[in-house]
Design a protein around this ligand. Sequence first.
Ligand code: LLP
Length: 415
Amino acid sequence: MATSYKNGNLFCENVDVEEIAQNFGTPVYVYSKKKILDSLFKYQRALNSHRYLICYPVKTNYSLSILDLLNRHGCGFDIASEGELQRVLAVGGNPEQVVYSGVGKSKKEIELSLESKIYSIHVESWEELDRTEEISRNLNCRAPLGVRVNPDIDAQTHRYVSTGIKDSKFGVPLEDVQELYQRIKHSPYLEAKGIHCSIGSQLTELSPLLEARDCIVDLVDSLEILGVKLEYVDLGGGIGIAYRQGETEPDISSWVQEIVKPVAARGLRLLLEPGRSIVGHAGILLTRVEYVKKSVKNFAVVDAALTELIRPALYDGYHHILPSHQHSNIKPLLCDVVGPVCENTDFLARDRWLTVQQGDVLAILSVGAYGSVMSSNYNSRFRSAEVIVDGNQVFEIRKRETIAEQIQNEFVVCV
Ligand code: LLP
């Protein structure tokens, strides 16, 4: 976790979160630099005697300052859109350390990737391969590729984030893989660089990942027999985190050391795309209690909503909540923590015992991944401010949106 209590007050690194709420307003996303780097270093230490590249998935949290921090510490990036590539380029990321996954790459996106000379495009269909070949012919270049394989493995996670089962839209079926690589091999405009799969997110069991790895490694062997020699294996992201207190969490070092074995034994470079396990615990969302509403149920009505954090509404995601100040004089209340948005799904927590009173600041934990990036302007709400803490210093990395910014691209047309 990025937080701890000192004398009853909640701190992020060496800063009292109450101070951050006062200085920057609420809701506000707060990130711990130390927590991000500590998690990244676990991956790097586990892999440092092998050939590897950590390609942080930009989708997880694309704050420019976080991308910059990771870039300066040796990360490559996994992108899912033109915008994500532009963000990587904006912080001086090296295109040669960028891979691109996604089932719906547009012509413009493929063109930009080729012109920027990214490391590899992960092809997810025959149709995309045709499009990529046509574009590289026009640009007179060779597109560096990896096929994203759908190994039909159940990642044993929430079905919304299980991406490696055969009826999911991601990747190509196993039976097409060899033929696809033959096609790539015989085209002067295509080049087979590696192979990719990412079977899902928030995995808490290692076995599906090992199964996927074995499947990919077997494919590498069979492709070599067909004369296709690959440089890297990319096993995607997915290592989960413990959202609930007391839950055991996958141990990054031992999982990664296990995963890398047969890949390293073949002299291949291992790419991993960990997102949540790097930034998840590094972020908290501070929100102020507007009202404690006591009716049939008790509600702590706060100033954050599903517009800031959609995970509870979308996946029934659990996020632990801590008060910024530990009250000793008030009794805990069983309550739902809800926002002001006009939806029944606008809850951040249900049935929690909290010591809350009007005006208190609450910290919603483990929101560094898929938090601010999934926020919206529903109810014309303003995107939150974001800050990063480094020791006893706090830096604003995104200012709160204003109404002027929110409506700047709109026209009032008298129709
Ligand atoms: N690589 C690819 C190709 C991915 O699609 C993803 C996540 C990752 C890597 C990173 O996986 P991670 O290490 O973060 O598990 N919004 C959902 C999660 C969606 C994950 C999408 N893809 C949530 O809030 O749980």
